[in-house]
Design a binder for this molecule. Structure first.
Ligand SMILES: [Zn+2]
Length: 91
């Protein structure tokens, strides 16, 4: 387990935050498999920074106007991944 998850029971964390960063565009684009979607949502319920990240990502992608544009999603992902790292370091 990565150090940012200490204090949480490892069994509860099936998905680490890095996976959320990678899966968020698929999640928002409704292309995530149902089982993965469930894991994703379960992780969100245990991880407030990821919930905030998802909310930010949703807005960013809506502003970008097109989930199908890989470069727009890429850029948003990079920006938000750095924001996200700061959230984790803050606590
Ligand atoms: Zn997380």
């Amino acid at each position: 387990m990565p150090p940012e998850h200490d204090g949480m029971p490892p069994d509860e964390i099936e998905l680490i935050c890095r996976d959320v960063v990678e899966m968020v565009t698929e999640y928002l684009g409704q292309t995530l498999a149902p089982a993965e979607r469930q894991r994703f949502e379960h992780h969100l319920s245990t991880c407030p920074p990821c919930t905030s990240y998802l909310a930010q990502m949703r807005v960013t992608l809506e502003l970008a106007g097109d989930l199908g544009k890989p470069e727009a999603a890429d850029q948003a992902e990079r920006e938000l991944a750095s924001l996200f790292r700061r959230w984790h370091q803050k606590k």
